[in-house]
Write a protein that binds this ligand. Structure first.
Ligand code: UDP
Length: 140
């Protein structure tokens, strides 16, 4: 299996509860390595651009407000089949449906405040990594 990269966000509900380390530990235990990480306050423009694919969805405005409501930690993760590995450890979008042992089962507060983002494809991983990181900020 090829070593690949994916993009992750530790969302404001998790940073607010001081869970950055706990979430990162679960990512690492799932076989992912943090090769870039920074804590930022997302601007409204960044949030709207990042989630542009959801622009027509009813939750878009609230989601952009939530993502700018506190600090987030954006990360590049590396590992074998990183996109799927990360999606597996994240768990289902709705924490009520998330499997035992997943980050969202352990920590998510709601379908919106669900603690983590993870790219859903290799193509989107590349786009999302470039949205937040310069190449020299990623140290593999
Ligand atoms: N979301 C929401 N309400 C919904 C569905 C999604 O607030 O009914 C938010 C939630 O924070 C989710 C994000 O929008 O993580 C992106 O949704 P997507 O369907 O891409 O889920 P994900 O890939 O994050 O599991």
């Amino acid at each position: 299996m090829a070593v690949t990269r994916t993009f992750s966000i530790i969302k404001p509900d998790a940073t607010r509860r001081n869970l950055t380390g706990a979430v990162t530990k679960m990512l690492e235990e799932a076989g992912l390595r943090v090769v870039a990480s920074k804590r930022i306050r997302m601007s409204r423009g960044q949030a709207e651009g990042f989630y542009a694919v959801h622009k027509e969805r009813p939750f878009y405005n609230d989601l952009c407000s939530f993502m700018t409501s506190g600090p987030v930690v954006v990360q590049v993760l590396e590992g074998e089949d990183a996109v799927k590995r990360n999606r597996d450890v994240m768990g289902a979008t709705n924490p009520a449906e998330a499997a035992e042992g997943t980050i969202r089962k352990a920590y998510a507060e709601s379908i919106e405040a669900n603690s983590v983002h993870g790219s859903d494809s290799e193509d989107n991983a590349k786009i999302e990594i470039e949205f937040f990181f310069k190449p020299e900020e990623i140290v593999g």
